[in-house]
Write a protein that binds this ligand. Structure first.
Ligand code: FAD
Length: 649
């Protein structure tokens, strides 16, 4: 009665289809694919259900991955054996490290992607993942039971029901990753229609009903938009500024030494700017543009052209013309997300000199959707009031593929652990950007689409893109169970090699006079110190490279050439990280002090202002650690955690 289209390996099992799984993942976007793959890697029998198999791994908006803060997330997902880093290496057509003028801790690995290659990579990875079945269908209802009649409002998930069938599919863990599809509405000009993405239906109403009415979850509304896609041939690229990729592409994945696209095959991007004519078209079309008149908040750091010109009138705004793939005949105009009527979109584009004859293949549009306020989740991304229900991705109020992938992986890990009767796990914000992301979401919530920045991580000199494997891969294998042996062995061998190399660098200690003779160069610093310096001490200085030291001590250092860049970065940041280690220790110990979920903050017999009590009652912090705090309200809460320490469990 209900149709299944099972992907590749599963087709032959069509009629043997099991109706019980350890984990069910709903949604095949960036969160859902990582969640399903992670749960299966953990050993859980997993079912991924998504509306359309052909859109698994689709890049709904920009054809790119990574960037400042986001690139760190991709590297961490990769270090935990996730998919997106390797997919990026396979699909990248233009690689660059952003923020190169700053220190390596805040470099942002980024790539323009070939949309087709990205989708194909993700789909073929899922196909070859043992214990994972993929099913095309639409989930209409979450099945829940009430574990204890004395605990009204507390539920346990038991499975899902599809829209086309009456048969339930049972599972003790369900991960919801429905992206922009929950009560999604699409906007273009004055037209509004239900949908989660152009060409895709919104999530079934039953799902929203279960979340809001049955489970009583607080839900908010956000919006985002995407630019028109432009026919490449119609663009006069001679009027735009060429932006070349890095000469040598840097792979995202720790497993890869090179990317699929050869350095010389990479495609360029182009930079151009808006003109006063663009602002004029925006102003003249405001009354024809329903999306911008909505109250829902849009992404502050990826705003539409309408928001940009209305907020900053008279300015020239950057527009990046980016390739959509190796064989695609389209360009993606980053910075020109817009929702006015299509004929005005064309008029607006043609106000930009390089686009004066531009042709649009598909117009831009906006989407408005429900998100679940993430303070209702635990650090394992489980809904506090519903055992076994996990949420990840845009449904939690974030924006971006990388944020979705990071949450998906961690929700999949915990859904798998729950199904296998293992305790849930949290990632500390002292240990990873994924920990920072989840802590920010569940601890503070969101008022606008959340995106990652390096400034959100207080320990960013330690949470670097270069060392994500050392921070996460061993733990991912030894404690979490989501890392395969092959990757673990590689990370351990790198860790041992680096440790040996650091010891070797420390063992070569000379006076400054001897170093001057050895290095045969005039480093100013060597004229100012009288004490002896190790190779590691020297390596932290700007003008000293590992290669220089290795040529001075070839017998003990030359075998470590492969680590030269990592050793340089480690030497530069080591003194600072050592200083921060006490603060990191403090936060970790606070993160390990859980607060009871049913604490009655309103009548707690301690001296707390009513305002703080109400905030605590609403936020219901998971642990005593309330992390970096900026607002007046939360800093009051921060102080009061000293009092709360008395009540920890
Ligand atoms: P998605 O990638 O949206 O995946 C959700 C999946 O769930 C889909 O496969 C869908 O088919 C499936 N699904 C939904 N409901 C059901 C159901 N009931 N049953 C079965 N399957 C279901 N990000 C940015 O960073 N910058 C931007 O400017 C930006 N603009 C965007 C503009 C638009 C128009 C859209 C649609 C998205 C935009 N994004 C942008 C967001 C980006 O696409 C998301 O952040 C990212 O894709 C989120 O990943 P996800 O896995 O949470 O959800």
């Amino acid at each position: 009665d209900f149709y299944f289209i099972l992907l590749g390996k599963s087709v032959k099992n069509k009629f043997l289809f099991s109706m019980t799984y350890d984990v069910i993942v709903v949604g095949g976007g960036h969160a859902g694919t990582e969640a399903a793959a992670a749960a299966a890697r953990l050993g859980a029998e997993t079912l991924l259900i998504t509306q359309k198999i052909m859109t698994i791994g689709a890049l709904s908006c920009n054809p790119s991955l990574g960037g400042v803060g986001k690139g760190q997330l991709v590297r961490e997902v990769d270090a935990l054996d996730g998919l997106c880093g390797r997919a990026g290496d396979s699909a990248g057509v233009h690689f660059s490290i952003l923020n190169r003028s700053k220190g390596p801790a805040v470099w942002g690995p980024r790539a323009q992607l070939d949309r087709e290659r990205y989708r194909q990579f993700i789909q073929s990875e899922l196909l070859s993942t043992p214990r994972l079945t993929v099913l095309e269908g639409s989930v209409d209802e979450l099945l829940v039971s009430q574990p204890n009649p004395e605990e009204p409002g507390h539920h346990r998930v038991t499975g899902i029901r599809l829209v086309d069938g009456s048969h339930p599919i049972l599972s003790s863990s369900v991960v919801l990753t429905t992206g922009t599809f929950l009560s999604g509405s699409l906007f273009m000009g004055q037209t509004t229609s239900p949908g989660g993405r152009m060409g895709d239906a919104q999530s079934c109403a039953g799902l929203s009903y279960t979340l809001k009415e049955t489970l009583g979850l607080r839900v908010g509304r956000l919006r985002t938009g995407t630019p028109p896609r432009i026919v490449k041939e119609s663009v006069d690229l001679s009027l735009a500024q060429l932006q070349a990729p890095d000469k040598q592409p840097t792979p995202f994945s720790f497993l890869n030494t090179h990317t699929r696209c050869k350095p010389e095959e990479q495609l360029p991007c182009y930079l151009t700017h808006t003109t006063p004519g663009v602002e004029r078209v925006v102003r003249e079309s405001v009354h024809l543009n329903c999306h911008i008149q909505q109250d829902a908040k849009g992404p502050r750091y990826c705003p539409s052209i309408e928001s940009r010109v209305l907020r900053f009138p008279g300015r020239r705004h950057q527009v990046w013309l980016e390739p959509e793939g190796l064989t695609s005949d389209l360009l993606y105009p980053q910075g020109l997300s817009m929702t006015m009527p299509p004929e005005l979109q064309l008029r607006l584009l043609r106000e930009i000199p390089a686009l004066h004859r531009a042709e649009i293949r598909t117009p831009g549009y906006g989407v408005q959707y429900d998100f679940v306020c993430p303070t209702q989740l635990t650090p394992s991304l489980q809904v506090k009031s519903t055992q076994g229900l996990f949420l990840a991705g845009q449904i939690n109020g974030t924006t971006g593929y990388e944020e979705a992938a990071a949450q998906g992986l961690w929700a999949g890990v915990n859904a798998g652990r729950t199904a296998l009767s293992l305790p849930p796990m949290a990632l500390s914000r002292t240990q990873s950007y994924i920990g920072v992301l989840i802590d920010d979401l569940v601890g503070r919530g969101v008022t606008e689409p959340y995106r990652m920045f390096t400034s959100r991580a207080e320990f960013r000199t330690y949470l670097r893109p270069d060392n994500a494997d050392l921070r996460l891969t061993p733990r991912g294998f030894e404690e979490v169970g989501c890392v395969t042996l092959r990757r673990y062995k590689k990370a351990v061998s790198v860790r041992d090699g680096l440790q040996e190399a650091l010891m070797a660098l420390q063992s070569v200690a000379l006076s400054s006079t001897r170093w001057r003779e050895k290095l045969v160069c005039s480093l100013t610093l060597l004229y100012h110190v009288s004490f002896s310096l190790s190779g590691l001490d020297l390596l932290q200085y700007k003008d000293v490279s590992f290669e220089m030291l290795a040529s001075a001590f070839p017998e003990c250092l030359s075998q470590y050439f492969e680590y030269s860049q990592r050793l340089k970065i480690e030497a530069v940041y080591r003194p600072h990280c050592e200083k921060q280690s006490r603060e990191m220790e403090r936060i970790r110990s606070e993160e390990s002090l859980s607060l009871p979920s049913d604490m009655d903050y309103l009548s707690l017999p301690v001296s707390l202002s009513q305002e703080v009590r109400e905030i605590l009652d609403r936020v219901r912090p998971n642990t005593v650690s309330l992390s970096k705090t900026t607002t007046k309200h939360i800093s009051t809460v921060y102080v009061s955690k000293v009092i709360l320490k008395k009540y920890i469990i």
